[in-house]
Design a protein around this ligand. Structure first.
Ligand SMILES: [Zn+2]
Length: 101
């Protein structure tokens, strides 16, 4: 019948060079005061993404992509611009008239 052995820890063993581990409670840091100015009042600056060449709603009818390069910009009148665009992928050329509001 096996005897129940007590799990012996190192603390119970008498050692020659016994290091005394002094555990003292850490003093609370009183030197650093909490910043009073809250960070949450800083407005989050959204990166301004200006659509430069991005044509809205313009889709290539051949490859159905929306990546057009502006080849030529011709002003027709004071608020209308004729743009010659070319699809980057299939090379389809379209002419759009942009109206400045
Ligand atoms: Zn295309």
């Amino acid at each position: 019948m096996p005897r129940k052995r007590k799990p012996e820890t190192n603390e119970s063993k008498p050692e020659k060079s016994r290091k005394r581990k002094v555990v003292e409670p850490l003093p609370e840091p009183m030197t650093a005061p909490e910043p009073i100015a809250s960070v949450q009042s800083v407005p989050i600056l959204k990166p301004k993404t200006e659509p430069e060449i991005k044509p809205v709603g313009l889709r290539c009818r051949r490859c159905n992509c929306g990546h057009f390069e502006t080849i030529r910009t011709t002003p027709i009148s004071h608020n209308r611009i004729l743009r010659r665009r070319q699809c980057r992928y299939c090379g389809l050329r379209v002419t759009t008239v942009e109206k400045q509001l």
